[in-house]
Design a binder for this molecule. Sequence first.
Ligand code: NAG
Length: 311
Amino acid sequence: MLYFQVVILAATVMLVYYCEFTDTFSPAEQGFICRDPTLSKPDPGPEQYSGIQPVILYSVVGGLPVVLISGVEVVIFLLHYNLNNLYDQEKAVVMGDCCYVNPMVRRTFRFLGVYVFGLFTTDIFVNAGQLVTGSLAPYFLSVCRPNYTALGCQNTARFVSQSDACTGNPDDIMRARKTFPSKEAALSVYPAVYLAMYVMSCVGSTGGRLAGPLLSLSLVSLAVLTGINRVAEYRNHWSDVIAGQAVGAAIAVFLVVFVVQYFKKRPSVPQSPSDAGTADTDEDSPQINHTVETSDKYAVAQTPGSCTEVT
Ligand SMILES: *[C@@H]1O[C@H](CO)[C@@H](O)[C@H](O)[C@H]1NC(C)=O
């Protein structure tokens, strides 16, 4: 089971590697209309010159979840360890008798592992979209530098589809052909939504009623601002940014709801002992006391929409 997960993760990482660091795949070559005003914005230059620098963006995307999730899990561990309700079920269900791993460490690794998997998945989706559509950036004509005389469109709005129409720098042209959906928008909304859902269900009212919502809304706002900045710098169209944000948000919600089920509900526990207990009301009293006790404990642990509120 673990082996299978490692294989999937390794395949994902390899795909990301081929998309990001090699030119194994090249984008579809779209044509353009001469002097199309939507493609004639000035070239904002390489990503390093962006107001939101890639180094900073990807450091936050990679580092913030590690810091935030580890921190929250340590706090949960310290606050709730004595209550034992949150963790003992997990020890029994998942670990069996085989080996003991600190449940805080286990939870942290699970949240972060799913996060990393989702991050790579988002990157693959975005790369695939960019390669398949080959959509043109708002500054495409500035880096393409087509020779309008040679292309025969001095005064008509002719559609140009020759693949050798551009005379500019090939690297810049390649960059301008990979825009839909926006990678920066997707890779900033994905962490924001994932962490917002984590915070909303796991922080609860630990830090006051408004701390969780405030943190979540701040994260999502920062991600949305990153997307707006893409449009403001002429690096993407609105449609690129909105599509990127939709991809990021959809993957985060999908993983949170269907994979990390902590966010929704505690792992389900066989209910048969309590059913048997209620059916056989004429059992001896120790048995009844025992079943009532266990079902109460599981009812507490199964409170939906909460991963910490076990009081
Ligand atoms: C554009 O094409 C025309 C005709 O082929 C040629 O005479 C001209 O030198 C070209 N201009 C540039 C800037 O390459």
